[in-house]
Design a protein around this ligand. Structure first.
Ligand code: NAD
Length: 247
């Protein structure tokens, strides 16, 4: 028996990086996983790898910022898997620029995907979990939401906002046995951080007490704890997985 055996998880942005690691980890511990992503081809690869573990999985194309798309995709997931026990709001992007140079498009796109995307799924799936009288929602925030970062006004606003959503919805849904928690990853090796220059990477690592980058698996391990009944009395919490970066 795995830690999340018999549960159904929905992971947004599950095609690669942190979302893929979370999907694989929940699957290894027995959960069926619906992988949602704008990149259907890659999401299907993750679903195939999950099925090889002997648990059910299916990929769905979905843009988290599009309310109508979210609504129909959540319906498809419930038709296919009958319930949703675990929601991981992981899809996210960066469009970095200094405040004075930031375009309206750079601001709007990051808000639409990181912040509104989290609202869209939390509302649609939250309703289902309320009726089920059980569920665990895990929002992937960032240490940047706690610390701020030059060049990331838009991203920091969304990640701080995600913590606000987490605490508010934890208060609203607590009595229905639905838990809502956030994870703040630090500097994790994925496509998102690969695009940074070697100089920026070296500077970031200097700021981390652990003196190294984290791996997607480090974040997935925290997600597994929050998804499972090991965290049954934990809600509204924000867990940093950052090698000490933001303490
Ligand atoms: N990598 C890090 O250091 C780091 C640190 C803190 C927080 N995070 C957060 O972790 C999450 C995952 O990041 P990652 O590093 O794995 O990034 P990534 O770019 O490797 O993966 C992001 C995934 O989200 C998908 N996606 C993007 N826009 C989408 C949309 N509109 N609808 C559906 N899917 C969409 C992408 O196709 C991709 O599969 C993000 O929310 C990110 O902000 C990452």
């Amino acid at each position: 028996m795995g830690l999340v055996s018999g549960k159904v998880a929905l992971v947004t942005g599950g095609a690669q990086g942190i979302g893929e690691a979370i999907s694989m980890t929940l699957a290894k511990e027995g959960a069926a996983v619906a992988i949602l992503d704008v990149n259907l081809e890659k999401a299907q690869e993750t679903a195939v790898n999950i099925k090889k573990l002997g648990v059910d999985s299916e990929a769905f194309k979905c843009d988290v910022s599009n309310v109508a798309d979210v609504e129909t995709t959540v319906e498809k997931v419930v038709d296919r898997f009958k319930k949703i026990d675990i929601l991981v709001n992981n899809a996210g992007i960066t469009r970095d620029n200094l405040l004075i140079r930031m375009s309206e498009q750079e601001w709007d796109l990051v808000i639409a995907i990181n912040l509104k995307g989290t609202f869209n799924f939390t509302q649609k799936v939250g309703r289902i979990m309320m009726k089920q009288r059980s569920g665990s929602i895990i929002n992937i925030s960032s240490v940047i939401g706690l610390m701020g970062n030059a060049g990331q006004t838009n991203y920091a606003a969304t990640k701080a906002g995600v913590i606000g959503i987490t605490k508010s919805v934890a208060k609203e849904l607590g009595s229905r046995n639905v838990r809502v928690n956030a994870i703040c990853p630090g500097y994790i090796q994925t496509a998102m951080t690969d695009k940074l220059s070697e100089e920026v990477k070296a500077k970031m690592i200097e700021l981390i007490p652990a003196k190294k980058m984290g791996l997607p698996q480090d974040v997935a391990n925290a997600a597994l704890f929050l998804a499972s009944d090991l965290s049954a009395y934990t809600t509204g919490e924000t867990i940093r997985v950052d090698g000490g970066m933001a303490m």
